[in-house]
Structures are given as C-alpha cells and as structure tokens.
Design a protein around this ligand. Sequence first.
Ligand code: HEC
Ligand code: HEC
Ligand code: HEC
Ligand code: HEC
Length: 126
Amino acid sequence: MRRSLPAVILCVAAVFFVVITISTAGAQKKAPEPMTLLLEGAKLPPTPFSHATHVEKAKLDCVVCHHKDKDPKEPDKCTQCHLLKEVKDNAIPAKDAFHKNCQPCHKESAGKGVKAPTKCAECHKK
Ligand code: HEC
Ligand code: HEC
Ligand code: HEC
Ligand code: HEC
C-alpha cells in the first residue's frame, strides 16, 4: 500500500509535536511548594508563599509576577535583577519590588471579599 506524501508529512509533524511537547514539559523548572521568601540580612520573619494558592486557586499567569523573564514558565529569582540595595537597569531594590508586587493585588482582592494578607505581621509571620 502506498501512502500519499501529505499523509506522511502529517505523521512526521505529529511525532515531532509530541516529542517537543514532552521534552519541554519535562524541562520545566518547579518551584518548591510552599516556599519561604527571605532577603539576605532580613530583620523581620520570612514571608510564606505558595504557588498553588496563586496559580491554581487565584488563577494567575506566571508572567503576572515573573514579568521580565524570557520564558516566564522558566523564571529566575527576582533578586537576579532586583538587588538588595541599589537600583540596577531601572529595577527597584528587592524589598520594594516584592512589596509593590504583593500588596496592591492583595488590597484589591480584600476589597472584592477574597481574603489575602495586607498587614505586616500577616506576611512576616513568626
Ligand atoms: C503581602 C505580603 C507582605 C506584606 C503585607 C508586607 N511585606 Fe514586607 N516583605 C514581603 C516580602 C515577600 C519581602 C521579601 C522577603 C522577606 O525578606 O520577607 C518583604 C521584605 C520586607 C523587608 C526587608 C527584609 C527585612 O525583613 O528586613 C522589610 C523591612 C519589610 N518587608 C517590612 C514590611 C513592613 C514594615 C510591612 C507593613 C507595613 C510589610 N513589610 C508588609 C512581603 C510583605
Ligand atoms: C503571585 C506571583 C507569582 C506567580 C503568579 C508565579 N510565581 Fe513563581 N515565584 C514567585 C516568587 C515571589 C518566587 C520567589 C522568587 C525569588 O526567590 O526571588 C517564585 C519562584 C519561582 C521559581 C523558582 C525560581 C528559582 O530559581 O528559585 C519557579 C521555578 C517558579 N516560580 C515558577 C513559576 C511558574 C512556572 C509559574 C506559573 C505557572 C509561576 N511561578 C507563577 C511568584 C510567582
Ligand atoms: C530579568 C530581570 C527582572 C526579573 C527577573 C524581575 N524583574 Fe521586576 N523589574 C525589572 C525591571 C528592569 C523593572 C523596571 C521597570 C520596567 O522596566 O518595567 C522592574 C520593575 C518591577 C516592578 C515595578 C516597580 C514599579 O515601579 O512599579 C515590580 C513590582 C517588580 N519588578 C517586581 C518583580 C518581582 C516580584 C519579580 C520576581 C517574581 C521580578 N520583578 C523579577 C526586572 C526584573
Ligand atoms: C495578582 C494578584 C496577587 C499577587 C501579585 C500576589 N498575591 Fe498573594 N494572594 C492573592 C490572592 C487572590 C490570595 C487569596 C487566595 C485565596 O485564598 O483564594 C492570595 C493569598 C496569599 C497568601 C495567603 C494564602 C497562602 O497561600 O498562605 C499569602 C501568604 C500570599 N498571598 C503571599 C503573597 C506574596 C508574598 C506575594 C508577592 C511575592 C503575593 N502573594 C502576590 C493574590 C496575589
């Protein structure tokens, strides 16, 4: 039996698609769950953070927080760009970057009746 050329091309393309999908899924970095955020030299207790809460429950895209990574699904640490003290290439220091990322959204959520921490001690938990 002879197959037509388009059918063969389609089969080859399908195999490639499957292989590429599997290999990129396998390569995806996984964040620890839950994680603890703590800046170097921090004076306050660390801040807990859960990807499950934010990605599954709150349904946020990776890029909402991993906003400058070439591939937001394969992100670097925020502190790669947001340094401890000084501004580098317009990137504000890490403490301010975290606060400006976490707090406005939590305030907005609280306004909509979804409970998310907004007070110092709710994030910096002993
Ligand atoms: C929505 C969560 C959240 C809230 C609310 C919050 N912070 Fe933070 N804060 C963070 C994160 C995340 C970091 C970076 C990781 C760390 O060190 O905790 C941070 C870092 C800091 C740092 C630098 C690290 C240290 O411990 O010295 C200070 C100081 C700080 N926050 C003070 C405050 C104060 C004061 C308030 C209340 C007015 C507050 N934060 C409210 C999330 C929060
Ligand atoms: C609500 C904000 C937020 C969302 C949404 C989010 N992340 Fe994160 N993610 C963080 C924070 C904050 C860190 C800690 C970064 C640090 O330590 O500087 C982190 C860390 C990571 C790390 C570890 C990076 C490292 O090298 O230590 C990976 C991997 C990661 N996230 C993947 C993802 C993926 C994939 C998605 C989407 C499915 C996602 N994140 C969505 C906030 C978020
Ligand atoms: C690859 C570098 C890079 C990484 C990684 C990165 N940022 Fe940024 N970020 C920047 C730069 C550069 C700016 C300056 C503003 C701009 O160009 O959009 C910025 C701006 C911000 C701002 C806006 C500040 C303002 O003035 O409103 C927030 C908030 C922020 N980053 C939080 C984060 C958080 C949280 C993470 C980690 C989850 C992160 N960033 C990871 C480079 C980075
Ligand atoms: C764009 C919106 C958004 C951003 C950005 C965001 N959060 Fe949240 N966060 C939420 C919402 C919504 C909830 C409540 C989810 C629920 O319980 O339904 C929440 C809940 C939480 C909780 C309590 C529930 C739990 O998982 O323990 C913590 C702690 C928290 N966030 C930490 C952080 C920190 C730290 C950051 C910044 C690095 C951050 N969040 C950034 C939307 C956000």
